[in-house]
Design a protein around this ligand. Structure first.
Ligand code: G4P
Length: 530
């Protein structure tokens, strides 16, 4: 295999996720990206197909009951010269650890904001994960077809709250609150949208002109043109120059304005994003940095989805390729177990369809059928044992005591909990009681509990019961053990142990947690366990 094939494949790839709060427009934007990528021809079909698929599996039944999306899927499509892997993240309030883990597999992230709401709770949580990994972030301010907060205020909020500088690449052109188009500061072109008669189901048609030209003035009218020229002068005078290195370091966010619903601003965003976002880069491992251009294959499992097909009860392990070329039938080693595995029947996710694939390249995500030998965080490699950065466990925000209705099934419960926690479906902790260790489950989103109960019943024959606990915050703790033990029994706190016997302190309120952290400088508190 020539290394230039790998280099070419890597240069063309962009693997990213959209981070947003529910209702900001992630589904709509995803659909529009697929529309521009030619993967679908009429927007509106993603939601329709999603609904049509509902009948096909137990998961989908659960999704339908709750009216939400549990699983994060991976969409691959082409746009111009690029291969895009869009890692979709569950978008309901009840999101799960999968949402976080998906971000570890992404090379960049698009922070989608509603122009009336700006930064919201879930944006904060997802941003924190990206920021920790220094993931390059792009901001897309959505719903600009209707009046919202002033554009500068929205970007100022991102800078103030996240410490992330923004560089507006496009700027909304409005007239009396109506969105006429966007101005592209890098090409100095005005994109004026033609009246949309397809309700956003087809690509938006635009007319373009240079900002200072007579044509631009004619197109916009004097008032809107003057206002735009003033805005741009202000932006140019106040802000620094565009600096791609700062973008790649996760210190500067290119910002875009638009409306996913009407397609306004989607195309300039996509064009710039593909130029500015990084291709798959090196990943840290136990053997040093793994270069995507290495000829030998490595990849890691970031998500396992069980029971997609109820007839086969199969599990799909999602593998992010980090280096080399993946090919169907490749024999690799699982570093954790030492097992050799032949990667048969790999699948890829093209738009909404699953298709069989023969090869994949760094940045791609491959779905592997798994009978239980893979776990989240496993590294698979063609040449010798290497372990790619550990998949962290994120501190849960919901806790419940779990008991089994039939005490004779306790062993099954323990087995189910052990396997499901290894798989990452929920986290299991043990509280010390006079009757012995008592299991608790923790989750990042409440929906994980429903999924857990559903799977315990269907896969392990265990009818379990949950009793919610009042803790909403947790930190793993390291430091002098007697000090940690003393904290456990105090008001508003509880000490439990994870499956690796690491102590975790649970707090009833954020205030208690902050107070405890301040009062115990000898202890270290961690929001992820590695
Ligand atoms: P999500 O995946 O982030 O949860 O959001 P989704 O795309 O489902 O969008 C949430 C709502 O916001 C939808 O309205 C959608 O039509 C609307 N929306 C998305 N982008 C834009 C935009 O650019 N401008 C405006 N004005 N609205 C937008 P809905 O009424 O809840 O659903 P639907 O009946 O339209 O599907």
């Amino acid at each position: 295999m020539s290394s230039s094939r790998i280099a070419d494949a890597v240069a063309r790839r962009r693997t990213f996720a959209i981070i947003s709060h529910p209702d900001a427009g992630k589904t709509t934007l995803t659909e529009k990206l697929l529309l521009y990528g030619g993967a679908i021809h009429l927007a509106g079909s993603v939601k329709a197909r999603r609904a049509a698929r509902h009948a096909t599996s137990d998961w989908m039944k659960l999704e339908q009951e709750r009216g939400i999306s549990i699983t994060s899927s991976v969409l691959q499509f082409e746009y111009r010269d690029h291969k895009i892997n869009l890692l979709d993240t569950p978008g309901h309030q009840d999101f799960s650890e999968d949402t976080y883990r998906t971000l570890v597999a992404a090379d960049s992230a698009v922070m989608l904001l509603d122009n009336r709401k700006g930064i919201e709770e879930q944006t904060r949580k997802l941003f924190a994960v990206c920021h920790r990994r220094r993931t390059p972030i792009f901001v897309f301010v959505n719903k600009c077809d209707r009046a919202g907060e002033p554009p500068l205020k929205l970007l100022d909020d991102v800078e103030t709250e996240f410490g992330l500088r923004c560089y507006p690449v496009t700027w909304p052109i409005t007239d009396g609150g109506r969105l006429l188009g966007v101005y592209d500061r890098l090409t100095r072109q005005i994109h004026l949208f033609e009246k949309d008669t397809h309700h956003g189901s087809k690509q938006a048609r635009t007319r373009q002109a240079e900002l200072g030209s007579d044509e631009a003035r004619q197109m916009l009218g004097g008032t809107a043109h003057d206002a735009l020229v003033d805005d741009i002068e202000l932006l140019d005078a106040a802000g620094a120059d565009f600096d791609r290195d700062a973008v790649l370091a996760g210190e500067l966010a290119p910002a875009f304005f638009g409306s996913a619903l009407t397609n306004f601003g989607v195309e300039p965003f996509l064009n710039h994003f593909l130029q500015m976002a990084p291709p798959p880069g090196p990943r840290p491992s136990t053997e040093g940095m793994i270069d995507p251009l290495d000829e030998s294959f490595t990849g890691f499992v970031f998500k396992i989805q069980a029971n997609m097909d109820p007839k086969h009860r199969d599990r799909i392990a999602f593998l992010r390729v980090c280096s080399g070329r993946f090919e169907s039938g490749l024999v690799v080693q699982n570093t954790r177990s030492g097992e050799s595995i032949r990667l048969a029947q790999p699948q890829q996710f093209m738009a909404q369809e699953r298709t069989h694939i023969d090869e994949a390249w760094p940045g791609d995500v491959v779905g592997l059928h798994d009978r239980g030998s893979l776990r989240i965080g496993d590294t698979l490699s063609e040449n010798g044992p290497v372990h790619i950065e550990e998949m962290p466990r994120f501190s849960p925000e919901h806790f419940a005591r779990i008991t089994v209705r039939d005490p004779l099934r306790r062993k099954h419960l323990d087995k189910g909990l052990r396997q499901l926690s290894e798989e990452g479906a929920a986290q299991v902790f043990y509280a010390t009681t006079h009757a012995g260790p008592e299991p608790l489950v923790g989750a990042v989103g409440r929906l994980q509990f429903d999924v857990l109960l559903h799977r315990l019943k269907n896969e392990y024959g265990v009818e379990a019961r949950l009793e919610n606990l009042p803790y909403g915050h947790a930190r793993w703790v390291t430091g002098p053990r007697d000090e940690i033990d003393r904290l456990g029994g105090t008001a508003g706190r509880s000490l439990v142990f994870d499956s690796k016997n690491r102590p975790l302190l649970l707090f009833e309120s954020e205030w208690t947690m902050r107070h405890t952290i301040e009062r115990h400088p000898d202890l270290q508190f961690h929001d992820v366990a590695v």
